[in-house]
Design a protein around this ligand. Structure first.
Ligand SMILES: NC(=O)c1ccc[n+]([C@@H]2O[C@H](COP(=O)([O-])OP(=O)(O)OC[C@H]3O[C@@H](n4cnc5c(N)ncnc54)[C@H](O)[C@@H]3O)[C@@H](O)[C@H]2O)c1
Length: 253
């Protein structure tokens, strides 16, 4: 059921060909937004939202030098403004620290933090302009419960997601006076393209489902709804906040 909570808004969503980003693009569009759905060339971005007239695909690797200009310029060209920047694209990879190569470390940091920062920097003047006109604009970033938890082989991933938290706190501080909020979501164990290989094993899925207080894995729509809470007008006084959306996975040590 749609309540038109994003009526008249323009949103950029990265990582929108799959999982949390794809579900968010659909939900934001259902709620009245026009969405620039960004994902890398070779992903399903050109087909996955076919037929959804409010969703415009953009095939772009967010780590490319000119990606921020193409993404922000793409939204302005198609829709004329930007209300919501949802930086959600992310990659993982498991390597013990002792064995991790510079390339493996750099790739995770590049996608998860550096590209996020560069896209924010490019979008800020336009978010400021929109906030001046409309009274608000939003940055939402996807971190992970691995911003404060850990697991074997996840040193780069955990460092990157703690980086997302630090980046977002600082954006919130710097941009609050312009009525731009900056918040992040911290997904728990969610069934997506990133985790499919593991969770398609019923034993692994059952272990993670049992760890969560709500006794199930998250689905992409659960996270999309979390992002929607931070995107809509009702969250005007929430900034610098990390919203854990994990079904109670991390309640217990
Ligand atoms: N699935 C989980 O359990 C989980 C848990 C915590 C955090 N997250 C985070 O959620 C976010 C979304 O991931 P997901 O779980 O939906 O996985 P997913 O793999 O289904 O979706 C991620 C998307 O990001 C895109 N992407 C990756 N690198 C890119 C690049 N360089 N340029 C453009 N697009 C790129 C991928 O092509 C993919 O479509 C990620 O930031 C991830 O770290 C996921």
């Amino acid at each position: 059921m749609s309540f038109n909570r994003l009526k008249g808004k323009v949103a950029i969503i990265t990582g929108a060909a799959s999982g949390i980003g794809a579900a968010s693009a659909r939900l934001f569009a259902e709620e009245g937004a026009q969405v620039l759905a960004v994902d890398r060339p070779g992903s399903a971005i050109d087909t996955v939202h076919a037929g959804a007239t409010a969703i415009a695909p953009l095939a772009c690797d967010i780590t490319d030098a000119d990606a921020p200009k193409r993404i922000v310029g793409g939204a302005l060209e198609r829709f004329g403004a930007i209300d919501i920047l949802f930086n959600n694209a992310g990659v993982s990879g498991r390597h013990f620290a002792e064995e991790m190569t510079d390339e493996q470390w750099d790739r995770v940091m590049d996608v998860n933090v550096r590209a996020m920062f560069r896209t924010c920097r490019e979008a800020i003047p336009h978010l400021r302009k929109r906030a001046e006109e409309k009274g608000r604009a939003r940055i939402i970033n996807t971190a992970s419960v691995m911003a404060f938890d850990t697991d074997y082989g996840l040193s780069a991933y955990c460092a990157s997601k703690a980086g997302v938290a630090g980046l977002t706190h600082t954006l919130a501080l710097e941009l609050g006076k312009f009525r731009i909020t900056a918040n992040y979501i911290l997904p728990g164990a969610v069934y997506t393209g990133l985790t499919k290989a593991g969770f398609d094993n019923p034993e692994i899925a059952a272990i993670w489902a049992k760890k969560a207080a709500l006794r199930r894995l998250g689905q992409p729509i659960d996270l999309a709804r979390g992002a929607l809470l931070l995107a809509c007008d009702e969250s005007d006084f929430i900034t610098g906040h990390g919203l854990v959306v994990d079904g109670g996975l991390t309640l217990r040590t």
